[in-house]
Design a protein around this ligand. Structure first.
Ligand code: MSP
Length: 517
């Protein structure tokens, strides 16, 4: 595949002191759909996720649990690795910041920054939030409800005073603005891009990039009293996983990243600090950073103290994996905040999946089972209604691709559902059950048009709902080497006479214990 198109996509690396929750699942899932969609189109993909294991927060948690930091991160990192597999993520790599490859990359990046004169030794005095692992200016700190000082996120802050290395971020304002200007698509959505640009225009202060008051971190080369600030450490994972400091191999093939997917809370680190570090080290900045929104739970902010954290594994056990994947990417325009509610989940499951998509497939396959001897029917001459449905179905690929190239997952699904709804209306109008006696040849044509439409739909939903879509393709006896977008064309249409397995539903209705739904 070398030489062909490549696509490098990353999730943030997750803090290990939390248990995996819906927010983590959401970011990884969004990346997974893109990674799968690109692979189906023949692109060579590298999809990276992993865990962010250093910092004061981890050191404190380990101490409180009576564990060594390493023991704590080993145990907790495994939860995130498991989460990735439970939500069906097709990541190609999983990086941990305690791995030697990552440490080597950070130390090399540091050396480059020192050699270039971008880092100097000074003194830090100011507010720090351990929970956010972030420094805050006095203008960002207020008095919280309990009388303690808190940062803009509500997290407690403490006054710290220590020797520290600084990165000369203040020198990068114009070059960052030039980078945003020259790359109009590098930060999305547009509203977030505007926020970043106005933040940078207000002027940048140098950032503290080392700590001395604790030790769970990557040692600064040639000054072992200091460890690197956890964000400089963490961001470097994106190049460490490509073999940096080597710049051949994967690095040459995949850098700069096509997409860093992040939540809105960590956009500034990715869109300001990270490009500045890279430019200063003479490396290319990423091509695009997308900041998605946050989920609430039944209208409430999700927080450990409220005890309303949504465990993705519980959701999957309750509703099914493909259903959860569908819901999270359909319910709200990607980029916006949204609310998770049982009611909304069940409504999507029952109306979009069971009634619209599932019912279409089930009706078509069972009519073929009963009326066509369980074989792909033979199409006769096509009439306008047949051509119109097929044209809509073949037209999906370009439209969904365009939507996904902008991370508009909901629009991709809306395009697919336009075809599903058209196919259901076509079934009703053509009434193949009535043709059985009056015009069996026409019935075969109608059922063939529908079966071919379902084949195209199943290919189109493979990236979003891999299991259910594969089961639909099984029921249409589509060969495994015909399950990608190269088969999305009339030349690969279902061939008459092929024996089909007996149909089974793939999108069950959800019925609540209370009878709801
Ligand atoms: N370790 C840093 C990232 C370093 S990347 C170089 C970090 N980790 S995190 O575990 O706290 O957060 C990871 C992601 O989860 C972020 O993108 C964040 O936006 C996302 N979410 C956390 N809670 C969320 C919701 N309630 N809803 C949606 N996403 C949320 O930050």
């Amino acid at each position: 595949m070398s030489g062909g198109e490549t696509y490098y996509i990353t999730t943030p690396i997750y803090y290990v002191n939390d248990k995996p929750h819906i927010g983590h699942a959401y970011t990884t899932l969004a990346c997974d759909v893109l990674a799968r969609f690109k692979r189906l189109g023949g692109t060579e993909v590298k999809f990276l996720t992993g865990t962010d294991e250093h910092g004061q927060k981890v050191e404190k948690s380990a101490l409180a649990a009576g564990l060594s930091p390493q023991a704590l991160v080993d145990a907790n990192s495994a939860n995130f690795r498991d989460l990735a597999s439970h939500i069906g993520a097709s990541n190609d790599d999983f990086i941990r910041t305690t791995e030697p490859r990552h440490i080597a990359a950070c130390q090399d990046l540091w050396r480059r920054l020192i050699e270039g004169g971008h880092i100097y030794l000074g003194h830090y005095e100011g507010w720090y939030s351990v929970r956010d692992e972030a420094f805050y200016g006095s203008d960002e700190v207020t008095t919280g409800p309990s009388g303690d000082k808190v940062g803009p996120t509500g997290a407690p802050v403490e006054w710290v005073k220590e020797p520290s290395y600084f990165f000369r971020l203040s020198a990068w304002q114009d070059r960052l603005l030039a980078y945003y200007e020259a790359n109009p698509d590098c930060i999305a959505p547009q509203s977030r891009r505007n926020e970043v640009i106005s933040f940078v225009k207000r002027g940048l202060q140098d950032v503290s990039v080392s700590r001395t008051s604790f030790s769970w971190g990557i040692p600064v080369p040639n000054d072992p009293d200091h460890i690197m600030y956890v964000w400089l450490d963490a961001l470097t994972n994106y190049i460490a996983a490509l073999g940096f400091p080597r710049q051949d191999g994967d690095y040459a093939r995949f850098w700069p990243a096509d997409l860093h997917m992040v939540g809105k809370d960590i956009l500034r680190f990715h869109a300001v600090y990270w490009p500045a570090f890279l430019l200063a080290a003479d490396l290319e900045p990423p091509k695009r950073i997308f900041a998605h929104g946050w989920w609430t739970n039944e209208g409430q902010k999700i927080s450990k103290s409220l005890g309303n954290v949504i465990d993705p594994l519980t959701l999957i056990a309750k509703y099914g994996l493909d259903q959860v994947r569908y819901f999270l990417l359909r319910e709200l325009p990607f980029g916006n905040d949204g609310d998770f509610s049982h009611r909304a989940m069940v409504s999507r499951m029952n109306s979009d999946l069971a009634n619209d998509y599932g019912n279409l497939a089930q009706r078509v396959l069972s009519m073929i089972g009963k009326n066509c001897g369980g074989k792909v029917p033979q199409a006769g001459p096509l009439i306008d209604a047949d051509e119109a449905l097929l044209a809509g179905a073949y037209g999906m690929l370009a439209k969904v691709r365009e939507a996904l190239d902008q991370q508009l997952f909901h629009e991709g699904l809306e395009t697919i559902w336009t075809v599903i709804r058209a196919a259901n209306a076509y079934v009703d109008h053509q009434a193949p059950w009535a043709l059985k006696k009056s015009d069996p040849a026409r019935m075969e044509t109608v059922l063939w048009v529908l079966a071919e439409t379902v084949r195209l739909l199943a290919l189109m939903t493979l990236a979003y709902m891999p299991d259910a879509s594969a089961r639909l393709l099984d029921q249409l006896a589509v060969a495994t080497d015909k399950r990608d977008f190269s088969a999305f064309r009339p030349e690969d249409a279902l061939a008459a006479g092929i024996i089909l397995p007996s149909p089974t539903g793939v999108f069950p209705r959800y019925v609540d214990a209370e009878g709801e739904g």
